[in-house]
Design a protein around this ligand. Structure first.
Ligand code: FES
Length: 127
């Protein structure tokens, strides 16, 4: 299967790989898995007091498209509000990376990771 140039670029030079200190109270984590393939994605966001995403990091154990999708979303969410980040759709990711139909679930994983991280944010806010 041929990967698009953008996927290969993110796969070979992934942006923002790593982790934040999970004891940092401004950090939230979204951890999701794709049952179909067993791939796992961890996305962390550092969100300031105004709900702006200051920084993002990821670790993905999975295929090239999953790594590219998570790398891309770390770039996209930086500087966005939590509302804007929550509006990112897997179809935006799939389109940007020109993912073929069999790799759409990889982009869904990235959308789910954002949602999972923002869920933790909302839970923290309501406390
Ligand atoms: Fe499952 Fe890509 S093959 S996340």
């Amino acid at each position: 299967m041929a990967y698009s140039e953008k996927v290969i670029d993110h796969y070979e030079n992934p942006r923002n790989v790593g982790s934040f200190d999970k004891n940092d109270s401004s950090v939230v984590t979204g951890m999701v898995g794709a049952p179909a393939c067993g791939d796992v994605m961890k996305l962390q966001l550092r969100i300031d007091d105004n709900g702006i995403i200051e920084d993002a990091k990821f670790k993905t154990y999975g295929c090239g498209s999953a790594i590219a999708s998570s790398s891309l979303v770390t770039e996209w969410v930086k500087g966005k509000t939590v509302e804007e980040a929550g509006a990112i759709k897997n179809t935006d990711i799939a389109e940007e990376l020109a993912l073929p139909p069999v790799k759409i679930h990889c982009s869904i994983l990235a959308e789910d990771a954002i949602k999972a991280a923002l869920d933790e944010y909302k839970t923290k806010q309501s406390k």
